[in-house]
Write a protein that binds this ligand. Sequence first.
Ligand code: XIL
Length: 317
Amino acid sequence: TVTLNTAAKAAGKLYFGSATDNPELTDSAYLAILRDTAMFGQLTPGNSMKWDAIEPEQNVFDFTGGDQTVALAEATGKIIRGHNLVWHSQLPDWVMYGDWTPNTLTSVIETHVRTEVSHYRGKMYAWDVVNEPLNDDGTMRADVFYNILNSSYITLALQTAHAADPYAKLYINDYNLEYTGPKINAMVQLVEDLLAAGAPIHGVGFESHFILGDVSGTQLQTNMERITALGLEVAVTELDVRIQLPATDANLEQQKADYTTVVQACMAVPGCVGVTVWDYTDKYTWIPAAFPGQGEACPWDANLLPKPAYDGIAMGF
Ligand code: XIL
């Protein structure tokens, strides 16, 4: 049978990969599949490198979970996407509710980004430096960073990350960039502004959390091409295709087609470096917790058996 990272590489891509999370690594059947680098050539830590995990109290850093993911990747010859440095969600309360001035918040961002990126210096293919900075209408998300520092926090985070690890590709990552409309327009404008200002920005991540049947390959390809036309790379960073439960056989066939469409869009864009699924099995998908009543979003089922979506991915490469 076709193994997915092998297929991706044979097709000229850098990797096919999966998100994972530390509690799952005690599941030996899950781990055995994840370790197979013919299947997965890249890992993204689903939670363990986020701010609340890494710096739960100011200046108190805990790299335990992140280090475990890196060790697994190194032991199995996989590349790693670091995820993520500055995001409105999964922030510790001390950041979220701090009484910041522009100067004190600048220092907090610098310390966090410098310390985390330095810790993993030379080990990361890429970092999602800024995660989800945009609203769906194309305006900037009014989170603690934007409210205190305006969009300058993005340049600050990129420059600080670049100084700490000049070899890592620095990404902005967001969802709903997969459709034409105000959000991708705003991302193109943001990248143009960052480039004009000389900021180190090398890629845009298309999260790609899709609803079954709601995938447009032409829109995804067009939007990726708008970013690569600016000289950046792109990646599908968090792919899943969620289904209203209970899923029917017809749903699973549609899901297979949707996965193929996404992989084909990446294939059509030379600057699309790879595809990452937001965990490979329905056993550990985040979807039911985030979107009640929906699930079965992944290419392997909850018994760790490949679904039609698996063949859909293989067909796309
Ligand atoms: C999700 C994780 O998978 C969950 O375990 C966690 O409870 C919430 O975050 N966009 C992102 C990811 O960039 O970090 C999110 O991951 C999913 C949406």
